[in-house]
Design a protein around this ligand. Structure first.
Ligand code: SF4
Ligand code: SF4
Length: 218
């Protein structure tokens, strides 16, 4: 999110980098699954999430869209988000034991929780949402380790790039510079290029992302 709110209300007032320690260790959640329920449409998927789900998890994009993912308007642009189940209001991937059945390749927002990101000046920092995770006696963990994502430097560069890239189009949609059929077409191109076209495991994600970005901009 962009900084247009008072950090002191929901955070410990600090901003963190991935090299910092933060009080986020929740002792393996111990039967709690609160952050996998009632999340509404807040778990927005980025292309790396879809890469991991489809390549590492071997769940096709069609299967994702038929089961666990829905398309939602996020600040004027349609993006894929994790869907909560109608009856239980739980994530599709929360199993009977209250654990994530796709833990190894769960989306980045799930990996980060209860941290959030605040974007400013072309980059971002992390903040700790102090009211979100109710686990007691939390331990300090290095954020890089908490994210549990290979090549953190490259990953964070992608996260920042993707945020500002999409934000540009969201802003254009929100202020009316993009509208009607043109908006629809641009949005469909974005979904098709970054989400619906299958990724390959023969090439690393970041190269494929750059190639797709060039294609979208051409
Ligand atoms: S709310 Fe905290 S303790 Fe509960 S599942 Fe989420 S991270 Fe774990
Ligand atoms: S993907 Fe896993 S961690 Fe994320 S909300 Fe669903 S069950 Fe929870």
């Amino acid at each position: 999110m962009e900084r247009d709110w008072d950090l002191s209300e929901v955070t410990d007032g600090k901003l963190y980098s991935s090299s910092d320690l933060a009080k986020i260790g929740c002792n393996d959640c111990k039967g709690c699954s609160a952050c996998c329920r009632n999340m509404e449409q807040s778990i927005i998927l980025d292309p790396y999430d879809v890469y991991r789900l489809t390549i590492e998890g071997m769940i096709s994009i069609n299967e994702l869209l038929a089961t666990s993912v829905e398309l939602c308007v996020v600040e004027g642009f349609i993006l894929p988000v994790l869907k909560m189940q109608k009856n239980s209001n739980a994530c599709y991937y929360l199993n009977q034991e209250g654990r994530c059945s796709i833990h190894k390749y769960r989306p980045g927002i799930c990996r980060m929780f209860p941290l959030g990101r605040i974007y400013e000046n072309g980059t971002f920092q992390y903040f700790l949402q102090i009211h979100e995770c109710k686990a007691e006696n939390k331990t300090k963990v290095k954020i890089k380790q908490w994210l549990d994502t290979p090549d953190c430097k490259h990953y964070e560069a992608f996260i920042s790039d993707w945020h500002y890239f999409v934000k540009e189009y969201q802003n254009q949609a929100m202020n009316g510079k993009l509208q009607g059929e043109v908006l629809k077409e641009r949005n469909m191109q974005l979904l098709s290029i970054f989400y619906l076209t299958p990724y390959t495991e023969q090439e690393d994600f970041y190269s494929q992302y750059e190639e797709r970005k060039q294609l979208f901009l051409s």
